[in-house]
Design a protein around this ligand. Structure first.
Ligand code: CMC
Length: 433
């Protein structure tokens, strides 16, 4: 029996155009996709601002089922990876496609460690920033500036250079992030230590000073590693799409990842973890939760409950479910259950989960609601929350950029529905007004 490729037919109610038949593509899991590439030949484009119903690429990296609350990296459920794996292994999985063997993992971790140090001249960049510069502002600049230092791994079309760039980015972004904070608080930059794991090294560079020994707390390092695993990739979100669009022109990988960091920074995306904490501080007391819930429901008020809702998950975000558990473990471990801010967070979570507006719109707490609270409990400053998201997501960005550049692709060039003025003649300035 021969299998025929399914098609979809577009018909036009005004009768001015003939029906158009379009192929339907089937993925290995998830919804089918109508291949609209041929529409241009008929003088038509698909209209989808915000890419609500658009598959911008075919990808074999991450699978999400938002209704069922599923997230898989290369086919492995996030729950299994969060429990049994670690961030280095997950980064290797995302970038290389398979879980590494013991010797592959050792080699991967060793190479990342050896690349963590920054070119010494890069420290000069920091001195050009104001002391109060936001770490994300510094990261956009310094990661982009890597292309000025590592020109031997800047050619996006050379697979060997791409591989070196991938290691450099994965390894140096934590150092760049930690140094952004050190610069803020006027402490000396701390060099990475090869004796530490990835998350430990980051905590070391963030919290240690040359004056005394510092050993990262293993419970907190493990919690941070889990945050990194949960944030490592998330399909074609805003920042990942930004990386792909930037990379589609053949731009160098450092510039592309800097573009991703810029996109991630927004409060509707990676900036939500920092915004959640700011919101909790602003609410200030359990007695004011009702007022803020009412503001979130009020369509005339721009306020939204930060850390709630998701474009894809209309069920509990599976990362949030894991983070919620980690959050409670960390608060217990650190004896912070009576801290007023964390009490407020728990109360807000409960009320929002029971509120009709949030239930009806399927707005659940997302991963950033809990990760912000966990990082705060761990003593990580609010301004570093999104930077930590960025260093985790660097693994996914690299994998997605590699996938995009290594398959046949075209420069990303969306079209538009033009709604501006029709043709008109120039009016000299003295005749205007
Ligand atoms: N508080 C109050 N109402 C909300 C919220 C919220 N946090 N999120 C969505 N809504 C309402 C929204 O007003 C709209 O109502 P209506 O249908 O009456 O107009 C409806 O729910 C659908 O919202 P939307 O803005 O059309 O949904 P979206 O898919 O475009 O946006 C979102 C998704 C995550 C940007 C949004 O839920 C939001 O702004 N959440 C707060 C910011 C946040 O926590 N972001 C982190 C997302 S998870 C990590 C990441 O991906 O980076």
């Amino acid at each position: 029996m021969t299998q025929t490729t399914p098609t979809a037919t577009i018909t036009f109610s005004d009768g001015r155009r003939e029906a158009i038949e379009l192929p339907v593509m089937e993925g290995s899991m998830g919804p089918d996709v109508i291949d609209t590439r041929g529409l241009g030949q008929h003088g038509l484009f698909a209209y989808d601002p915000g890419f609500v119903s658009t598959a911008s690429c075919a990808s074999g990296i991450t699978y999400i089922d938002g209704d069922a609350g599923l997230l898989y990296y290369r086919g492995y459920p996030i729950e299994q990876l969060a429990e049994h794996s670690d961030f280095m292994e997950v980064a290797s999985l995302l970038i290389n496609g398979e879980l590494p063997t013991a010797s592959e993992k050792e080699a991967f971790v060793g190479t990342v460690k050896r690349h963590m140090l920054l070119h010494d001249l890069m420290s000069n960049f920091y001195r050009g920033f104001r002391r109060d510069a936001h770490p994300m502002a510094v990261m956009v600049g310094v990661v982009g500036a890597m292309s000025a230092f590592y020109r031997d791994s800047s050619d996006a079309f050379d697979p060997a250079q791409r591989e070196v760039a991938a290691y450099r980015l994965l390894a140096k972004v934590p150092t760049i992030a930690a140094w952004s904070y050190k610069y803020n608080i006027g402490q000396p930059f701390m060099y990475p230590q090869n004796r530490f794991g990835y998350a430990e090294n980051f905590l070391y560079m963030l919290h240690a000073t040359p004056c005394e020994d510092y050993r990262p707390n293993p419970v907190l390092a493990r919690a941070l590693d889990r945050i990194l695993v949960l944030h490592a990739d998330h399909e074609q979100n805003a920042s990942t799409s930004t990386v792909r669009v930037a990379g589609s022109s053949g731009a160098n990988p450092f510039a592309c990842i800097a573009a991703g960091i810029a996109s991630l920074w927004g409060p509707l995306h990676g900036g939500a973890n920092e915004a959640t904490l700011q919101m909790l501080e602003e609410i200030g007391d359990v007695s004011r939760i009702g007022e803020y819930i009412n503001r979130a429901k009020d369509k005339t008020d721009a306020f939204r409950l930060m850390g709630f809702g998701h474009r894809v998950y209309k069920n509990m975000d599976p990362r949030a479910a894991i983070m919620r558990q980690t959050c409670h473990e960390v608060l217990d471990e650190l004896g912070l259950n009576d801290d007023p801010l964390f009490k407020l967070a728990r109360k807000l979570e409960k009320i929002a989960l029971e509120d009709e507006y949030f239930i009806q719109k399927r707005l659940y707490p997302n991963v950033d609601f809990y990760s912000g609270i966990v990082m705060r409990a761990m003593g990580i400053p609010n301004s570093m929350f999104t930077a930590i998201f960025a260093l985790a997501r660097t693994a996914g960005w690299i994998a997605q950029w590699q996938e995009m550049i290594s398959v046949e692709h075209r420069i990303a060039r969306p079209r538009q529905l033009y709604v501006g003025p029709g043709r008109r003649d120039f009016v000299p300035i003295e005749q205007r007004g």
